[in-house]
Design a protein. Structure first.
Length: 166
């Protein structure tokens, strides 16, 4: 988000579009208020899969370890955007994407489009070495024999509690 804000100041006549994973977006989420305060018309698309997918891949491919501590509980990014004086849009189905894009670009101010994506989609890095591939396979096999983490159960329980309250 800070880079998108800077780009919008550096090129004020150019539409700035930011695409970020939910983990990366959370690292600078506070700048939503900055974008609103300075009326930066940034269009931010969050690829929301509820995890640090690239970190999971790194743990698996570089060390052969089963991913741990990479799942997290996300806020409702569209509601959060609204609370930060930006426009918020949620996309949970593919058919909703094009109308959401059109709505985002029709809005004059900053917009956050929360795109829920498949957390199991395979990440393909720019270069895969034989060592990375072997470690990834080793990690997958280890995961068959590893009990789900307490975090996974805690997140499921929190989601269920939230659904009951709403």
């Amino acid at each position: 988000m800070p880079q998108a804000i800077g780009a919008s100041f550096a090129a004020p006549d150019t539409q700035v579009v930011m695409i970020a994973g939910d983990g990366g977006f959370q690292m600078s989420i506070q700048d939503l208020v900055t974008a609103a305060m300075y009326e930066r018309p940034i269009k931010c698309f969050i690829l929301n899969n509820g995890c640090y997918k690239f970190i999971e891949f790194e743990e698996a491919s570089h060390d052969g370890n089963v991913a741990s501590g990479t799942k997290f509980l996300n806020p409702d990014y569209a509601a959060l955007a609204e609370a930060c004086h930006c426009k918020g849009i949620s996309v949970s189905e593919y058919d909703e994407l094009l109308p959401a894009i059109e709505e985002a670009f029709a809005h004059d101010g900053p917009v956050v489009v929360d795109c829920n994506v498949d957390p199991n989609a395979l990440l393909i890095p720019p270069a895969v070495t034989p060592h990375m591939a072997a470690n990834y396979v080793k990690s997958e096999i280890k995961s068959w024999f590893t009990a789900p983490s307490d975090d996974a159960k805690r997140l499921a329980d929190l989601a269920a509690k939230h659904e009951q309250e709403h």
